[in-house]
Ligand binder design. Structure first.
Ligand code: 8X3
Length: 248
């Protein structure tokens, strides 16, 4: 039986890679995002198995209208991949822009919980699954991570708490916590600084959107009695640094 995945943030990066991987594996995919032209390009590429659904995840009314208008062939959603999210800013908290903090919370937390809340009844009915894109930033503090890391820690803990609430319902929930993946993530974070993005990834052999897409598909296609609770991934070139000490 063909299964249907709804992937948020499918206009680029991990979300677009996941849309391609899931369609190639025989899934139907609903790809959501703000940029209708990018979703349409993906629809042109992937054909009838892909349904573009353009709306802003921070706009609850638009989200409801979009979900209500799903064609019948895509209405039975088996898997929600909460991928939409962003980091804005690299400055320490004391120099950060409050508006950027609020935008991250609106997308990474408010948008994610809203679509999850809306789809939970269908996912329970179909004994489906939820895969949430958290980050290594949920697990390790770093300078400039402030609210971004806080939102990703929320996503991780929300995932684990969903597991507890969904106990016995047959619904799988997974928190995926990637480290460095080369996508538009850093150009978005730096307000379009391509040189900063190139410098960050240069020579580091970072993970790719396709690496994470393959991981998402693996998690989704595991036998139904298995649940990956949390999965943290890094490129081999990325590891941990120590504490810092301020001296008088
Ligand atoms: C961001 C992960 O390692 O690029 O979610 O800061 S990292």
């Amino acid at each position: 039986m063909t299964r249907t995945a709804l992937i948020t943030g499918a206009t680029a990066g991990i979300g677009a890679g996941a849309a391609r991987a899931f369609v190639a594996a025989g899934w139907r995919v609903i790809g959501t995002g703000r940029r209708a032209d990018r979703l349409q390009a993906l629809a042109d590429e992937l054909g009838a198995a892909f349904h573009p659904l353009a709306f802003d995840i921070t706009d609850e009314g638009a989200l409801d209208t979009a979900l209500a208008g799903l064609p019948e062939a895509f209405a039975d959603i088996d898997l929600l991949i909460n991928n939409a999210g962003l980091a804005l800013g690299t400055k320490p908290a004391q120099d950060s822009d409050l508006a950027q903090w609020r935008t991250m919370i609106a997308t990474n937390i408010d948008g994610l919980i809203t679509i999850t809340h809306r789809l939970l009844p269908r996912l329970i009915e179909r004994r489906g699954g939820i895969i949430n894109l958290s980050s290594v930033a949920a697990n390790y503090p770093y300078t400039g991570g402030n609210v971004y890391g806080g939102t990703k820690a929320f996503v991780k803990q929300f995932s684990l708490n969903l597991r507890a609430d969904l106990h016995g319902k047959g619904v799988r929930v997974t928190s995926i916590e990637p480290g460095m993946v080369e996508t538009e993530f850093t150009t978005v974070r730096t307000g379009g600084d391509q040189a900063a993005s190139d410098a960050l990834y240069a020579g580091s052999d970072p993970m790719t959107a396709d690496d994470i897409a393959a991981t998402l598909l693996w998690v989704a296609e595991l036998p139904p009695h298995l649940n990956i609770n949390r999965l943290e991934l890094m490129p081999v070139s990325q590891s941990f640094a120590g504490f810092q000490v301020a001296r008088a």
